[in-house]
Design a protein around this ligand. Structure first.
Ligand code: AMP
Length: 282
């Protein structure tokens, strides 16, 4: 398996492998890989002749220095996991300088308001950082298809908007959420939870499932109130937000409309570790 730290060398390899019929699939990640990441990789390998995965903890999307410092970095273990999917995957694990060339700042984007809600509201600058790195990575890899998880549904919508607004020649493929046996959405940050915390965090998904059921007969406000109360009962949890919003524009659901698809979004701190999850309410 080939691992590249420099974009020029990665580009040379992609160009050498390309044929008129080939397609390039791309899976951008921040590493500390788990089965959720690998499911994206498997899809890309199944659908493309060339697959590239990037492993890059992007500093500009972190609004909290402590969170960036504590973000797990496990490159050797990541490479072993990638090999289990395919030996032919190209790995791009660049330094900050290879991506930012000495200017580690975000470009400023307008994503038609998608960026002001939820993650954007509680993590100022986050989506400018995401937009910046995704744009740079797309320029380097030049993928035909790029795979993103619905776990970060707001990010997925933002990336689709980026592609649309900047006319980037790439197809964005949405992939379902992988979960632990107790329902906890797989996340690199779960590595920082104790076994007990991991077990307890299964409540987040159970609460979302119950919210989905309630949304059949109750208003978004009533469901939100119930979820807030449920989470308050867990003394090691701190709810940052719970929101029911329209999938397309992420606007808060005030009154249900029949022709809209809604989704519930949640962010919870479990002992200072920030977890997010989402569920379709359809
Ligand atoms: P990250 O390394 O957290 O930036 O995630 C890289 C990609 O993997 C993003 O597109 C995520 O949405 C996706 N991803 C993360 N966790 C999961 C999961 N549990 N199931 C499916 N995709 C995921």
């Amino acid at each position: 398996m080939l691992v590249f730290n420099k974009k020029e060398l990665l580009r040379d390899e992609i160009e050498a492998l390309k044929t008129p019929k080939s397609s390039v699939g791309f899976v951008p990640t921040m590493g500390a890989l788990h089965q959720g990441h690998l499911s994206l990789l498997e899809k890309s390998v199944a659908e493309n002749s060339i697959t590239v995965i990037s492993i890059f903890v992007n500093p500009t999307q972190f609004n909290n220095a402590e969170d960036l410092k504590k973000y797990p970095k496990t490159l050797e273990a990541d490479l072993e996991k990638i090999k289990t999917v395919s030996e032919n995957i190209l790995v791009y694990a660049p330094t900050v300088d290879d991506i930012y060339e000495g200017n580690t700042v975000s470009e400023h984007f307008s994503f038609d308001g998608l960026e002001h809600k939820m993650e954007g509201k509680f993590r100022p600058g986050h989506f400018d950082g995401v937009g910046t790195v995704v744009k740079k990575l797309f320029e380097i890899v030049q993928p035909n298809h790029a795979y993103f998880g619905e776990k970060d549904f707001q990010q997925l919508q933002i990336v689709k908007k980026l592609v649309q607004k900047q006319n980037l020649p790439v197809n964005i493929v949405a992939c379902p959420i992988y979960r632990e046996a107790n329902g906890l959405a797989m996340s690199s940050r779960n590595q920082r939870l104790s076994e007990e915390e991991k077990n307890k965090a299964g409540i987040i998904y159970k609460t979302l499932m119950q919210a989905k059921k309630m949304f059949g007969t109750k208003s978004a406000q009533e469901v939100s109130k119930w979820v807030t109360n449920q989470l308050k009962k867990q003394n090691t949890f701190e709810l940052e937000y719970f929101e029911i919003a329209s999938e397309d524009n992420l606007k808060t659901c005030k009154r249900k409309s029949k022709n809209k698809n809604y989704r519930a979004f949640i962010a919870v701190f479990v002992n200072k570790i920030r977890l997010i999850d989402t569920i379709s309410l359809k």
